[in-house]
Design a binder for this molecule. Sequence first.
Ligand code: AMP
Length: 281
Amino acid sequence: MVYHHTEDIQKALLPYRKKNRSIGLVPTMGALHQGHLELIAQSQVENAITVVTIFVNPTQFDNAGDLKKYPRSLSKDVAMIETVPGNFIVFNPSPEHLYEGNVSSKSYDFGGLETEMEGTHRTGHFDGVGTVLNLFFRALKPTRAYFGEKDFQQLQIVKKLVEIEALPVEIVGCSIVRETSGLAMSSRNKRLNEAQLEKATLLHKTLVGASEQFETHSIEAIKKWAVAQFEKNPDVRLEYFEIAETNTLKTASEKKKNTSYRAFLAAFVGPVRLIDNMALN
Ligand code: AMP
């Protein structure tokens, strides 16, 4: 069942709330793939009902062309969710309805998580993410909400958001789902042709190489090596490669003891911007 209005989906959830049964939330922008389905499957196992939001959120796009070209396929998406065993409903509001006529972002201070990596390259992106999730959390009051490590910086920011907004929801992080080539699944992959999909595997290959070198090489050396991989492959344009502390996301130039690190990158294949990340230790 697909709901387009907040009042209608709230009515549908009322019986669950009255009986104190758990509600899982999986926020997505649609154009679903196996990565989304894994989040939905985990929510189905852990909750009485799962709400999948399918909403291409205008306020988190810093590029009008990217927003316009973002793939949309609602009925196909619903058919895909139906293949996952369990009880679900879909929320697909219009921007005007969800934002009550004022499609704009609140301004958030996420304690510095928002100024690293994606934050420096996509102005206003995390304000948009925080604003839309705050609206969903308040409208749907889920028990748990599921997010992929594919967007690791987003996952950390969502944990901070629920702290700032004092929202009673448990945030669950889920591992990255990849193609057999290693390429992280993404709705944006649908915009790539066969040859570009092959070229895009450079993102994952570089992360694997970085993790293999992490114990034996300096961060400086690994970063240099990573940049060189992209210089050898001009069809994939690196925007950034960073090694950052897992918890604070502060980008690092030296390794500290007892600290967990991840590598993060963003790169363009043709006009399509892809991101990926991997634990290093
Ligand atoms: P999106 O529709 O791209 O906004 O993604 C919706 C949710 O699915 C986010 O929490 C993403 O992190 C998650 N997600 C997207 N791709 C993957 C993937 N390949 N593996 C795991 N989670 C993913």
